[in-house]
Design a protein around this ligand. Structure first.
Ligand SMILES: NC(=O)C1=CN([C@@H]2O[C@H](COP(=O)(O)OP(=O)(O)OC[C@H]3O[C@@H](n4cnc5c(N)ncnc54)[C@H](OP(=O)(O)O)[C@@H]3O)[C@@H](O)[C@H]2O)C=CC1
Ligand SMILES: O=C(O)[C@@H]1CCC=N1
Length: 280
């Protein structure tokens, strides 16, 4: 079904690249039918084209008529300009996917022509290897077949959940921003291991394998995280001492606050941008 579609990324930064990599490796859409454009960095477009075999097009040379799905992938602060630029070039049957954190479907719908089909998407950078946890929220004009197309496309970059829009902020706090928390964890494990005399490469390898193994246990067994944690924890053993230190130093609170902080920022971005009047 996607085989004959053309997808254009408006924005060619790190999130666009991660999605392009996932989509091209998935192979449901031929690489040449994946287009990337950006504001001004031509070298960046050439680099993406050379790496993934996609079509790189300068913004003013984009052939709007031949595109089925547009993916908005610029920073939220550039959304307003980008939407006013594309508004009158779109047909009603063309689908807009937006990966912009904190930008609601109604914000986009209000700035495009009436009835334009919009779907909000929150992927993460693990799209690069087909392992994103992605959420989608259809806007009010998105037809069922377009939602199916979006779902199929995004399944190429990982798992997809359809959620209500009021859950997007917390989803962003957990899954959109989440890879950064894990990388931060690995940075700290690495540093601590090195301080205790481990070789850097070994410290990283065991941190990554430990996270991978625990993730796989969570995915492949029916055991709850609580039971899995308790299975590691011998009474008066090393894990009990480690968990006690984690708790005493605010480990659980820090995780909750990270998610809440990111979700709060997603709401703030939305509030900041809603203040700008809708252009006529
Ligand atoms: N990074 C992440 O982990 C995630 C990001 N997101 C969302 O993805 C979006 C992009 O983030 P990220 O990739 O990190 O950002 P980057 O800064 O890496 O990339 C932004 C891109 O947008 C381009 N751009 C700016 N204005 C326009 C325009 N009017 N038309 C077309 N392209 C334009 C820039 O072009 P140029 O370089 O030429 O200026 C650049 O290629 C954000 O909205 C973010 O909220 C969502 C989930 C995860
Ligand atoms: O930091 C950000 O705003 C983006 C959205 C989710 C992950 N990165």
């Amino acid at each position: 079904m996607l085989q004959n579609k053309t997808v254009a990324f408006l924005g060619a930064g790190s999130m666009a690249e991660a999605m392009i990599s996932g989509i091209v490796h998935d192979g449901k859409i031929p690489a040449k039918q994946v287009i990337a454009t950006n504001k001004s960095s031509h070298d960046r477009l050439q680099e993406l084209s050379a790496t993934y075999g996609i079509t790189a097009v300068k913004r003013d040379a984009l052939d709007y008529g031949n595109i089925d799905i547009f993916i908005l992938a610029m920073k939220p602060k550039h959304a307003e300009d980008a939407l006013s630029e594309i508004k009158d070039r779109l047909r009603p049957d063309q689908l807009i996917l937006s990966v912009l954190a904190g930008i609601s479907t109604s914000f986009i719908e209000e700035r495009l022509n009436a009835g334009q089909q919009v779907i909000r998407v929150m992927p993460n950078t693990s799209s690069m290897i087909g392992e994103s946890a992605t959420a989608i929220t259809p806007g009010k004009h998105a037809a069922m077949d377009k939602v199916q197309d979006a779902k199929m496309l995004l399944q190429g970059i990982g798992g997809v959940s359809i959620i209500d829009e009021d859950k997007m902020d917390v989803f962003t706090g957990i899954a959109g921003s989440g890879p950064a928390y894990i990388y931060y964890l690995v940075e700290h494990i690495e540093k601590t291991g090195m301080a205790a005399g481990l070789d850097k490469a070994l410290a990283r390898e065991i941190a990554v394998q430990t996270i991978f193994g625990a993730s796989k246990m969570l995915m492949e067994t029916d055991t709850s995280p609580t039971d899995l944690r308790e299975n590691v924890t011998s009474p008066n053993g090393t894990t009990a001492a480690g968990l006690e230190a984690l708790e005493k130093n605010g480990g659980g609170v820090a995780i909750a606050e990270a998610i809440k902080g990111a979700a709060e920022r997603s709401k703030e971005i939305s509030a900041e941008l809603q203040k700008t009047p809708i252009p006529n």
